[in-house]
Design a protein around this ligand. Structure first.
Ligand code: PLP
Ligand code: COI
Length: 339
C-alpha cells in the first residue's frame, strides 16, 4: 500500500507506479506499453502542441468494503472519447483497446487505490493526442494514447459541502457551433481565465452562459449544472455542454426517486425558482450550490440557507456513491470489476 494520507487527498497529481501507452502509426495501433516514466518524448511540431489536437477523459475506480475494485461506466467514457476524436479528426481509440489499457493500468497500480471509507478514489485519465508533426493546420497522421491514474479526493475543497459559484458574462467557454460538447483541451484553455478569476474572488467555480444570447445556463466550470423544483430534476442540454456521464446517471437515480427529468434550456431568471441547485461531474461528483452570484449585475441566488446541502442533492449523492463503492445494488450494470 502506498504511503499516502488518503483522507487528506485533494484533486491533484500524485505519482503512481505505471502508466500505459500506445501509438497509432502507419495506419494501425501498436502494442500497449507499460511505462514507469512520467514524461513523454514528443515531436516539437506535434499537432497537439500547436493546434490543440488532443482529447481526454476522466473516470474513477473505487475500492469497495469487500476489497473489490469497481470502475464506473467506462463504456460511456470510451464512447465519448471516440466522439471527441472524430470531432477534431483524430484516430479514434477502439472501445476494446480503451478497456484493455484501462484494466492494465489499474491492475498495475492497485496500491494507489484509496481504501474504502476514505472518500477518495483512483482517477483514471485517458489522453489522446496528435503526436505526428504538421506545420499547416491539418490533422496529424500519428497519435499517442496514454492512460495514467492518480489517487484523488474531492475536486472542490468543500467536498460535499455547498459551494458558491459565479456567473461570468465577459468570457465564453465554447462557441455555439464549436467544440463544447467534446472533451477537448481547447475548451479548458478557454475556460481558465474565468475559472481562476472566480477562485481569486472567492468562488469554487464559474458558471458560464450560452455564448450567443447570454440568457441560458451553460457549464458550471468543469461540471454540468442541475436544478431541482416542483418534483423535477432540470438540467440544460446544448451543443456547447459536455454530456456528463455523472449527470446521465443522476437522471436515472432522480427518476427512481420519483422525480421528473427535464433536459431543456434554463434561463438565468429561472434560478430564482429552484429549491436546490448543484454541479455534477466525475471529479466533483455533486457539489451542492449555496450561492450563485452574477458578477456583472450583482444579483444573487441563494440555496441551502441552513448551510447544508438540500435533501434531494444529498440523496442523489449518497445513492450514486453507494453504487460506486459497492454499498448499493448496481441495478443498471454501471460497474465493471477488476478481477
Ligand atoms: N462538463 C465539463 C466541462 C467537464 O470537464 C466534465 C468532466 O468530465 C463534466 C461536465 C462532467 O462530465 P462527467 O460526469 O462525464 O465526468
Ligand atoms: C472530470 O470531472 O473528470 C473532469 O475531467 C473535470 C476536470 C478535472 C477537467
Amino acid at each position: 500500500m502506498a504511503n499516502i494520507d488518503w483522507k487528506k487527498l485533494t484533486f491533484g497529481y500524485t505519482k503512481t507506479n505505471y502508466n500505459v501507452r500506445t501509438y497509432f502509426r502507419n495506419g494501425s495501433w501498436g502494442s500497449l506499453e507499460l511505462s514507469s516514466e512520467e514524461t513523454i518524448n514528443i515531436h516539437m511540431a506535434a499537432t497537439a502542441l500547436h493546434y490543440g489536437q488532443e482529447a481526454f477523459e476522466g473516470l474513477k475506480a473505487f475500492m469497495g468494503k469487500d476489497g473489490k475494485v469497481r470502475i464506473f461506466r467506462w463504456e460511456e467514457n470510451a464512447k465519448r472519447l471516440i466522439r471527441s476524436a472524430e470531432g477534431i479528426l483524430m484516430e479514434a481509440v477502439p472501445e476494446e483497446l480503451f478497456k484493455k489499457a484501462m484494466i492494465k493500468v489499474v491492475k498495475h497500480n492497485l496500491d494507489f487505490i484509496p481504501p474504502y471509507g476514505t472518500g477518495s478514489s483512483l482517477y483514471i485519465r485517458p489522453l489522446l493526442i496528435g503526436s505526428g508533426p504538421q506545420v499547416g493546420v491539418k490533422p496529424a497522421s500519428e497519435f499517442l494514447f496514454i492512460i495514467f491514474v492518480t489517487p484523488v479526493g474531492p475536486y472542490f475543497k468543500e467536498g460535499f459541502n455547498p459551494v458558491d459559484v459565479q456567473i461570468v458574462r465577459d468570457y465564453d467557454r465554447a462557441a455555439p457551433k464549436g467544440t463544447g460538447h467534446l472533451k477537448v483541451g481547447g475548451n479548458y484553455a478557454a475556460s481558465m481565465r474565468a475559472g481562476v478569476r472566480a477562485h481569486d474572488e472567492g468562488f469554487a467555480s464559474s458558471l458560464f452562459l450560452d455564448a450567443k444570447t447570454k440568457t441560458f445556463i451553460d457549464e458550471a466550470g468543469p461540471a454540468n449544472f442541475f436544478g431541482i423544483k416542483d418534483g423535477k430534476y432540470i438540467t440544460p442540454e446544448s451543443h456547447t455542454i459536455l454530456p456528463s456521464i455523472t449527470n446521465m446517471s443522476l437522471q436515472s437515480l432522480a427518476m427512481d426517486m420519483g422525480l421528473k427529468v427535464e433536459k431543456r434550456p434554463i434561463a438565468v431568471d429561472e434560478l430564482e425558482s429552484f429549491t436546490e441547485t448543484g454541479a455534477c461531474g466525475t471529479a466533483a461528483v455533486i457539489s451542492p450550490i449555496k450561492k450563485i452570484y452574477d458578477r456583472e449585475n450583482g444579483k444573487t441566488y441563494e440555496y441551502c440557507k441552513d448551510g447544508k446541502a438540500g435533501p434531494i442533492c444529498t440523496k442523489l449523492y449518497k445513492t450514486l456513491q453507494d453504487i460506486q463503492y459497492g454499498d448499493a445494488e448496481d441495478k443498471y450494470g454501471w460497474i465493471t470489476f477488476i478481477e
